[in-house]
Unconditional design. Structure first.
Length: 348
């Protein structure tokens, strides 16, 4: 019997590292005609938020999003779990609770056994079952590279929608997951994964960001976004631009996944981290002598990453305790928002 095909060998990139670089995406969207005004469209494309939000009535708003990518791991069940967790994250980041999902499936059917494709779908279904939602349909195509993801829909009260633009000067920034998914995935492809690294990566990327729905309506929580393909710096900059504020972060503050620092100092990085920095580095101030490997961690694409929460300083200890109690033990206060143009100043 021939050896099974490595899923990652069939893709030119993997996970959220496949996303278009922020600068490229902005250039493409700049030529898109402006959308008509719809009074019930509460959140659209204006601030690069995590999902669209449509007011249904005085008590309900519909949150709609989609996310899909190529394999970041070779195990088909784990790939399905990671992709589904990542897609549902955008619903939670808006403060909503998912209600159902649709599967998006593109597979090289001439190169992958049916059983492998079934395992990918089973992994995604297991995550949706854990979230309490059905996969109610979807669409599939014959694709050159394996692609899997979801359209995810959720509900939230219109007054409790969490966006990336509501932050206020003085807010404390809380990050709920450790960084380094992209670096670990690169190490995996290079067969340099450290002991415990794979387990840590899977545990992080398959942990549902359900705490986002719990933060909806929590006193002092002003803005939320999830940290994915653009890295911590990129998604923080989107929050700054949406709110018209600057940010200060401590490079030493975020937790790191197992082995990430050693890998980064050893030169392991993703191409996406380099593209990310090229797209938004002019809006980031680094300390003198700041090493490239530390910058790479801050730009590292986070497949199914954590939530970045902007919260009033007097409520920050309670919110931090809340997210830790919800199972996000890697949560850390990583910085704050201040008056000023949309830039990030890195300390540490």
């Amino acid at each position: 019997m021939p050896d099974p095909v490595r899923l990652t060998s069939l893709a030119h990139g993997g996970g959220c590292g496949c996303k278009l670089a922020p600068g490229v995406l902005r250039e493409i969207l700049a030529g898109t005609p402006a959308a008509a005004v719809f009074p019930d469209l509460m959140v659209g494309t204006e601030t690069s938020d995590d999902a669209a939000v449509w007011r249904l009535n005085d008590q309900q708003a519909l949150v709609a999003t989609t996310d899909f990518f190529m394999p970041v791991v070779d195990d088909p069940f784990d790939f399905g779990r990671i992709a589904a967790t990542n897609a549902l994250s955008d619903v939670y980041a808006m403060g909503a609770t998912p209600i159902f999902a649709l599967a998006l499936v593109g597979m090289p059917v001439d190169r992958l056994p049916v059983e492998t494709i079934q395992q990918i779908l089973a992994g995604g279904a297991s995550v949706c079952a854990a979230a309490g939602v059905p996969i109610a349909g979807g669409h599939s195509i014959d694709s050159v590279e394996p692609i899997y993801g979801l359209v995810a829909l959720g509900l939230v009260h219109p007054d409790r929608v969490l966006t990336n633009r509501g932050a206020k000067a003085g807010d404390v920034l809380i990050l709920t997951k450790a960084l380094g998914v992209g670096i670990l995935s690169a190490a995996f492809k290079q067969e340099r994964m450290p002991a415990g690294g794979y387990a840590a990566m899977i545990a992080s990327t398959t942990q549902l960001n359900t705490v986002g729905a719990a933060l909806s309506g929590t006193p002092g929580v002003h803005a939320v976004t999830d940290v994915t393909g653009f890295g911590l710096l990129g998604h923080l900059l989107e929050m700054c631009r949406g709110a018209g504020l600057a940010a200060e972060i401590d490079a030493n503050a975020p937790a790191l996944l197992t082995g990430v620092e050693d890998l980064a100092t050893g030169g392991v990085r993703t191409g996406a981290s380099t593209r990310n920095w090229a797209s938004y580095g002019e809006a980031v101030s680094l300390p003198a002598g700041f090493p490239d490997w530390r910058r790479d961690i801050l730009c590292d694409p986070q497949t199914s990453g954590g939530l970045l929460v902007a919260v009033a300083p007097d409520q920050a200890p309670a919110v931090l305790a809340q997210v830790i109690d919800a199972g996000f033990g890697a949560s850390r206060i990583v910085g704050r928002l201040v008056e000023g143009p949309a830039r990030v100043r890195v300390a540490g």
